[in-house]
Ligand binder design. Structure first.
Ligand SMILES: NC(=O)c1ccc[n+]([C@@H]2O[C@H](COP(=O)([O-])OP(=O)(O)OC[C@H]3O[C@@H](n4cnc5c(N)ncnc54)[C@H](O)[C@@H]3O)[C@@H](O)[C@H]2O)c1
Length: 369
């Protein structure tokens, strides 16, 4: 492990990439934003044998204290100002789990400082933020992993592989949804930014980015245009000042011709059938329920469902382990900047279509991927 890490680090450093090519056993890592998700990521970093929590950062003192306590075995430095982390040349890897509108700026600064970056989804809430981050990530020699962790799900990966092999013929249509039984808690951990569209991007960009990424993955393409409607039908001005929608109904057309029908709401009663999340993938020979059962349903009167991909043991922190595998072993990123940016832009495209109430073309977003 040490040898591999040393070789990789030296290789990268020689290419002009890293902040420090020291031969320490464990990769000095910082977590910026130690709220709900950041705490979870921190627990994942602490489990990695090849990582050391060198610093934690949050501008809320109580969350910073909690993170420092959780990571006490590594005795991390604590910062309220994230730029202090960027300035620390001895920190090689950074996790970013702040509100979405801050991701792009923080990730760009970290990449420019030669750090490996694990950036939570969405990688940006505007096309301009995504465009700037794409440029920085492409110019950098370090690892970039976006928090689209479904890309590290083994069973889903196997389903996608089998579908790509033609298990359901040609993929022609996808129907997907993200329906919740209630709004995100108004007094929850992220209640102070979530309901402000300029900070979260709204439900579609902040949450459905996962579902849309699964659609992009299985379709093997990206949208060329989108149209649809959305609004605030239930939680009007609730919480006060709310600027995000609570429902969406969208249609996407993909570059390869596949059509996607996507809906989202936060008022699906628990007992009403067809709630929660699903991605139904329709092919010329049958369909697959990608998110949950991974069952293949063949077309035809006598068709019987069969297992497309066996259930596998999924490690809780597989995506984080994959991040360190990229650094230490030169493994490919499980969700590189193209994946992260395409997912964010797919959501941004849908959001723009709802706001402008017109068909929006991918090319209108002005981002070269
Ligand atoms: N991949 C996933 O499944 C998943 C799940 C949940 C959340 N997330 C993402 O993680 C991110 C954080 O979400 P959350 O639910 O943890 O929110 P949160 O509000 O609980 O945590 C965000 C933290 O960032 C801190 N912060 C804000 N501005 C800061 C700044 N300038 N400098 C330092 N710290 C700052 C806040 O004080 C807060 O503690 C979001 O982008 C969200 O989309 C991803």
């Amino acid at each position: 492990m040490n040898l591999q890490r040393r070789t990789f680090l030296l290789g990268s450093a020689a290419a002009g990439g890293l902040a420090s090519a020291q031969s320490a056993d464990r990769i000095p890592t910082a977590v910026i934003g130690t709220g709900n998700r950041g705490s979870y990521l921190l627990s994942g970093v602490l489990e990695q044998p090849n990582a050391k929590v060198a610093a934690v950062c949050d501008n809320k003192p109580d969350r910073l204290d909690k993170a420092a306590t959780a990571a006490a075995k590594d005795n991390p430095a604590t910062y309220a100002d994230w730029r202090k982390i960027i300035d620390r040349k001895d920190i090689d890897a950074v996790f970013i789990a702040t509100p979405p509108h801050l991701h792009s700026e923080m990730a760009i600064a970290a990449l420019r400082a030669g750090k490996h970056v694990y950036c939570e989804k969405p990688v940006g809430v505007t096309a301009a933020q995504v465009r700037d981050l794409v440029k920085a990530a492409r110019a950098s020699k370090t690892v970039f992993v976006s928090g689209q962790q479904m890309r590290s799900y083994k069973q889903m990966g196997e389903s996608v592989r089998r579908i790509r092999e033609g298990a359901i013929g040609d993929v022609i249509w996808v129907k997907a949804q993200r329906h919740a039984t209630a709004d995100l808690a108004h007094d929850g951990s992220s209640g102070d930014w979530y309901f402000d569209v300029s900070k979260s991007g709204g439900y579609l960009i902040e949450q459905s980015v996962h579902n849309l990424d699964a659609c992009n993955w299985v379709i093997g393409s990206r949208p060329s245009r989108a149209c649809g409607f959305g609004g605030t039908q239930m939680y009007k001005n609730d919480p006060p000042g709310r600027t995000i929608f609570d429902c969406a109904s969208l249609t996407y057309e993909y570059v390869n011709g596949v059509k996607l029908s996507f809906t989202q709401n936060v008022f699906h009663p628990r007992t009403l059938p067809f709630g929660n999340q699903y991605v139904y993938v329709y092919g010329t020979k049958g369909a697959v329920d990608l998110l949950t059962a991974a069952m293949l349903h063949p077309l035809g009167r006598d068709g019987q469902p069969s297992v497309l991909a066996e259930k596998q043991e999924e490690s809780r922190h597989a995506h984080i382990t994959a991040f360190y595998d990229c650094i230490t072993k030169g493994a490919p990123s499980p969700a590189d900047i193209t994946v992260g940016a395409t997912a964010a832009l797919t959501a941004i495209l849908g959001h723009e279509a709802m706001v402008k109430q017109t068909v929006v073309n991918w090319s209108d977003l002005g981002v070269d991927l």
